[in-house]
Ligand binder design. Structure first.
Ligand code: SPV
Ligand code: MN
Length: 629
C-alpha cells in the first residue's frame, strides 16, 4: 500500500502535510519514487512561510548556494561542464511506431524508461527530497496548470520559489481532479564543490503519456527547473490536444496614445534580444520567456507561465539595462549562478560596469585573471550562459496584470531573429497565415561568438520553439494556423530584426531604436497609421517613423536611414525562402501545403517587384507608385 510507504518513510509532520491533499494517485506516485530513489529524508513544502524559509536556508547549509555580502543574495555553481541545456540527452519518449521530425530529439519509450529508472535507482541516497507544488499561469484561472516537483536539490526548489506561483493550496482545492504534471529530478552524486558529478549519466526524459519528466545528474536550471522548459514540453503536447498554445514568448504592454496599452507577445531565439525587449524602460513587462495563449470570447489572451526571471547576466550594465541593473542591486532575493564571487563576497560578470577583479571563485572553481582551461583557452570571468534568478515583482516596469486570471488580450505578436542582411527592422504580415508561415515558421538566427562553432551561420528555429517541441512540426504549425479560426479579431503579426548590418558589417540600428519599432507596431495594431505594401509584408511610412524617432528617443531619422534600413533586399529574401522551403521539403515530415503556397506567393511577389525595380527596392518606389502586391 502506497500510504504505508509514505507513513513509514516520512516523519509524521511531513506525512500529515501530504495528507491534506486528497489524491490517492498523487500519493501513489510520490511513494513510488521515494521507494525508487531512496532519499534519506523527505520534506513536503506547503508554501507556508516556515517551509519556504527552510528551503532557502537548507540550500545554504548544504552548500548548493553561498551567501554573498549583499542582503538576500546568494550564488550557485553548476559543474564546469553543466552550464547549459543538454540538448543531446534531452529526449521526448515515443512509443513504438510513432515518429517525430529529425529536428526533434526522441527515443523509444520502453527502453528509455528502463534506462532512466536504472540511472535513478537509489540516486537520492543520503539526501533530502523536497516535494513542491506549483501552478503554471495564474491560479484560479482557465490557464492554470498544476505541477508537482520532486527534487533532491534545494537550489532547484529555491529557484522555483522565485520563479513560479505557489500551488500547494491549489492541489488541496483540486484534490482528485487535478490533472497535474509530475517532475522527478535528482542532481545525483555531488563533487566537493557540490556540483553534479556523473555528467555521463545526465538525462532529461519527457514521458508524454504520463505527463511526467525525469531529470538526472544535472543542476543547470534549464535541465532541472521542472516548471520551465521541462513542463513546457508537456504543455505543448497537452495544448495541441485542447486547442491552446504554449509559446517561447515574452509578453509585454506597449503603451500607445491616450493611455492605451496594447499587449504583445514576442518570440526570439537565444541571444536575439528577448529579455532586453521585455525590459524596455518605456513599456511594461508581463513575462520574458514562456506564454500560454488561449482563445477566449473571440480574442487571443495570454498569460506569463512564470512569475520570475531566469535571465542571462552577460552584458547587463547600468547604461543599457537600467531596470535589470537596479533590480540586481536591490535587496531583493536573488540567486546568481555561474558568475564570479570576489573574496569580499561581491560579484562580477562579463561586461558588468567596472574593472574585472583579479581573482575569486567562479564556475571553474578558484579563478584568477588569465586562467586557462585544459585546451589553453582563457576562462572568462563568468560563463556566457551565467544567469540571475529573481521574482518579477522586483522590476519597476512590471505590468499590473501579471496575476490576472483572465490574462491579457493580445493585439500583436512579434517574431525576431539575428539577421545581418535580409529582413527589414520591422514589418507587418498581410494576415495571420502569412505571419505564422513567412515570419514564425521561417525564423532563423545567425550564430554569435557566444555559441560554439562558426559565427554567422543561420540556424532554423521556427517560432524560436524548436528545442521544446514535443509534437511534430506539421502539427505544431497547423495548431498555430488553426488558432486563428473563430477569432473575432486577429492580432497583427510582426517580424523584427535588430541586427541588420551595412555592407561594411556595421549595425544599422542602435539598441534604443527598438523602442520606436514597438510604438509603430502598437499604432499599426490599432490601425492608427497606414503602411506600405512591400512584397514581404507591410512596412512603416517614413513620416511616421521620423515622428516617432523624434518623440520617443529624440533622434533625427533621415530619409537615407529609412531607405537603407527599409529597402527590400530581393535577392536575400529569395535565398531565404529557398533555404526554408528546402528544410520543410527535406527535413520535416509532411509540412502543410499552405506553408509551401504562402512561401511561393511571397517569392512571386518578390520576383515581380524585382522586374520593375531591381534587386534592391527603395520603399519610396513602392510608396510613390502605390503598388499593391
Ligand atoms: C533559454 O535558453 O531559452 C532559456 C534558459 O530561457 S533555459 O532555462 O536554459 O531554457
Ligand atoms: Mn527561454
Amino acid at each position: 500500500m502506497p500510504s504505508n510507504i509514505l507513513k513509514e518513510r516520512l516523519e509524521s509532520k511531513q506525512y500529515e502535510k501530504l495528507l491534506r491533499i486528497d489524491n490517492p494517485d498523487l500519493h501513489e506516485f510520490i511513494a513510488k519514487y521515494i521507494e525508487h530513489c531512496t532519499p534519506e529524508k523527505v520534506f513536503v513544502c506547503t508554501d507556508s512561510v516556515e517551509d519556504i524559509k527552510y528551503i532557502r536556508e537548507i540550500s545554504i547549509e548544504n552548500g548548493e548556494e553561498i551567501k554573498l555580502t549583499a542582503e538576500n543574495h546568494t550564488i550557485h555553481f553548476d559543474n564546469y561542464n553543466d552550464q547549459a541545456r543538454d540538448k543531446k540527452n534531452t529526449k521526448i519518449l515515443l512509443p513504438q511506431g510513432v515518429e517525430l521530425d529529425k529536428a526533434i530529439n526522441t527515443a523509444r519509450r520502453k527502453e528509455s524508461l528502463e534506462e532512466i529508472h536504472k540511472i535513478m535507482k537509489d540516486i537520492m541516497k543520503g539526501k533530502e527530497l523536497y516535494i513542491r507544488f506549483f501552478c503554471l499561469g495564474p491560479t484560479n484561472s482557465e490557464f492554470s496548470q498544476p505541477v508537482m516537483q520532486m527534487t533532491d536539490s534545494a537550489y532547484v526548489a529555491h529557484s522555483e520559489d522565485l520563479l513560479y506561483r505557489q500551488g500547494f493550496e491549489e492541489f488541496v482545492r483540486q484534490g482528485r481532479n487535478a490533472r497535474f504534471f509530475k517532475i522527478v529530478h535528482s542532481a545525483g552524486e555531488l563533487d566537493e564543490r557540490n556540483t553534479s558529478k556523473n555528467l555521463d549519466k545526465r538525462r532529461v526524459y519527457i514521458d508524454l503519456e504520463k505527463n511526467m519528466v525525469y531529470s538526472a545528474n544535472t543542476q543547470y536550471g534549464g535541465n532541472t527547473i521542472g516548471l520551465k522548459k521541462l513542463s513546457m514540453r508537456l504543455a505543448i503536447n497537452r495544448g495541441k490536444k485542447e486547442g491552446w498554445l504554449t509559446e517561447h514568448m515574452l509578453v509585454m504592454g506597449v503603451h500607445g496614445p491616450d493611455n492605451r496599452v496594447t499587449y504583445f507577445t514576442g518570440a526570439f531565439p537565444s541571444l536575439c534580444g528577448k529579455t532586453s525587449t521585455s525590459m524596455l524602460d518605456n513599456e511594461t513587462v508581463v513575462g520574458d520567456d514562456i506564454a500560454y495563449l488561449r482563445k477566449i470570447d473571440g480574442r487571443v489572451r495570454a498569460v506569463n507561465v512564470e512569475k520570475g526571471v531566469f535571465g542571462i547576466i552577460m552584458g547587463v550594465n547600468s547604461k543599457d539595462d537600467p531596470i535589470i541593473w537596479n533590480a540586481l542591486h536591490s535587496s531583493a532575493e536573488i540567486i546568481f549562478s555561474n558568475i564570479l564571487m570576489t573574496p569580499e563576497g561581491g560579484v562580477h560578470w562579463i561586461e558588468k560596469d567596472g574593472e574585472i577583479p583579479e581573482k575569486g571563485i567562479n564556475y571553474s572553481g578558484e579563478w584568477y585573471k588569465g586562467k586557462k582551461d585544459e585546451n589553453g583557452k582563457e576562462i572568462t570571468v563568468s560563463h556566457r550562459n551565467a544567469r540571475f534568478t529573481i521574482a518579477l515583482k522586483n522590476f519597476n516596469n512590471l505590468d499590473p496584470t501579471l496575476h490576472d486570471p483572465k490574462g491579457v488580450e493580445i493585439g500583436g505578436m512579434v517574431y525576431g531573429g539575428r539577421d545581418s542582411d535580409t529582413w527589414v527592422p520591422i514589418k507587418e504580415a498581410f494576415d495571420w497565415a502569412h505571419g505564422i508561415i513567412a515570419y514564425g515558421a521561417s525564423l532563423e538566427s545567425e550564430t554569435t561568438a557566444a555559441t560554439l562553432g562558426q559565427e554567422g551561420v543561420r540556424k532554423f528555429n521556427p517560432m524560436s520553439n524548436l528545442d521544446f517541441l514535443s509534437v511534430s512540426l506539421r502539427d505544431y504549425i497547423n495548431a498555430n494556423l488553426d488558432f486563428a479560426k473563430g477569432l473575432e479579431k486577429e492580432p497583427s503579426i510582426f517580424a523584427v530584426n535588430y541586427f541588420l548590418k551595412d555592407k561594411d558589417g556595421n549595425f544599422l540600428n542602435s539598441r534604443e531604436d527598438k523602442k520606436v519599432w514597438y510604438k509603430w507596431a502598437e499604432l499599426r495594431a490599432n490601425r492608427d497609421v497606414d503602411a506600405i505594401d512591400a512584397p514581404t509584408g507591410r512596412i512603416p511610412k517614413y513620416e511616421d517613423l521620423k515622428k516617432l524617432f523624434k518623440e520617443i528617443i529624440n533622434k533625427e531619422f533621415t530619409q537615407e536611414d529609412y531607405n537603407e534600413q527599409f529597402k527590400i533586399r530581393v535577392k536575400e529574401n529569395i535565398a531565404k525562402i529557398a533555404r526554408i522551403e528546402k528544410i520543410y521539403r527535406t527535413q520535416i515530415i509532411d509540412a502543410p501545403q499552405i506553408l509551401h503556397d504562402i512561401l511561393e506567393e511571397q517569392r512571386e511577389r518578390l520576383l515581380s517587384a524585382q522586374e520593375k525595380h531591381g534587386e534592391y527596392i527603395k520603399p519610396s518606389k513602392l510608396a510613390q507608385q502605390g503598388i499593391r502586391f
